[in-house]
Design a protein around this ligand. Sequence first.
Ligand SMILES: Nc1ncnc2c1ncn2[C@@H]1O[C@H](COP(=O)(O)OP(=O)(O)OP(=O)(O)O)[C@@H](O)[C@H]1O
Ligand SMILES: [Mg+2]
Length: 387
Amino acid sequence: MEPEQIKNIRLLLVDDEAQFRSTLAKRLQKRGVVALQAGSGEECLSILEDHPMDVVVLDVKMPGISGIDALSQITERHAETEVILLTGHAATQDGVEGIKSGAYDYLTKPVEFDHLLGKIIQAYEKILGEKQQKEAAEYRARTKQQMIATERLAALGTLAAGIAHEINNPLAIINESAGYLESLLQKQEYADMPRRAVFEKALKKIGGSVGRARNITHQLLGNVRKTKPILTDVDAFELVLETAQLIKKEAQEKEIVVDLQTAEALKPILTNPNQVRQVLINLISNAIHATPQQGRISVEVAPTAGGISIAVSDTGTGVPKEHLEKIFEPFFSTKAPGEGTGLGLFVTREIVEKLGGTVEVMSKIGQDTRFTVYIPDQGRAENMGNR
Ligand SMILES: Nc1ncnc2c1ncn2[C@@H]1O[C@H](COP(=O)(O)OP(=O)(O)OP(=O)(O)O)[C@@H](O)[C@H]1O
Ligand SMILES: [Mg+2]
């Protein structure tokens, strides 16, 4: 063991012979180990309450509580502490008993100094080894849990896309049939049909609900499953302007100002414009939902080393810290049923990652929220480190 490490050993010497303790402590100090001292089992236990120790060198034969009794209390209350017993020459039986009750080892008095120091170091090494093992086990458990979470999400995404695909066909049939019935109702021969208005109303409801269900399946299928991406030169700011136009109505309804900013020297990048548009729609519409009446949203486009970044900021509700990861999970939504599917950000992350980029979120509850997407220029070879 390195001398540096020896210095770290937290050591307690417990013996009723003050002379023996102080001589031992002095010799230990010369070798770099600073030891605390206790004159009885009681004192030893009370020191341990406030000062956790790595190693306790414990005399067995003391007035008051015996070393063996002190040992059993130490193993019970301070499992991380190792105990080396010192027994009388004729009392090795005590040592054997002590090991049974959890002592690291025992030495018979009179002790040879180097032998004792060697044992103290060994006991300390055992502690370090166990600590390392414990840390490694914790690390393994943590990574395993993270892996399970990631795999679960990926599986969930695939499953969701699969279900969406299967649901699309029956949805189309429901939609067509409802449309057909609607067109029938328009015909002259049904003009006087009893309760015609009720039928019409019901068919409208069907149409509306089919529309909502289709929004979900389109989010999942149109973007997650697109296999052949179309790549073109995209002027990101043009795309932002165009997208802002698409959701102008939503913003106007709440009298929200959408502030668009760009850097001067923005070069076009090679990417999939439809997918970037979808990402922008998802982020801006979330910002609009979170922003109060007459609020302000900003969208900033800037060049990065390997492509561009687009940041959508708002000063709306904010995302609570414990939701920051969850918001990217499929179907996580804090909106009322029918108002949010909880797919927007899931799809956003899927798209951006497929484009080779990343999404980041920063939010302070009740203050501001900023989603930044980094999108690489796929025309550049070095776009991997796109930041
Ligand atoms: N800008 C934002 N400010 C505050 N919270 C946000 C913001 N963007 C997203 N969130 C939170 O993240 C959740 C998930 O967002 P996501 O876009 O995935 O789904 P949604 O908006 O609820 O529904 P959808 O987009 O499918 O209609 C939201 O319900 C909301 O709680
Ligand atoms: Mg959304």
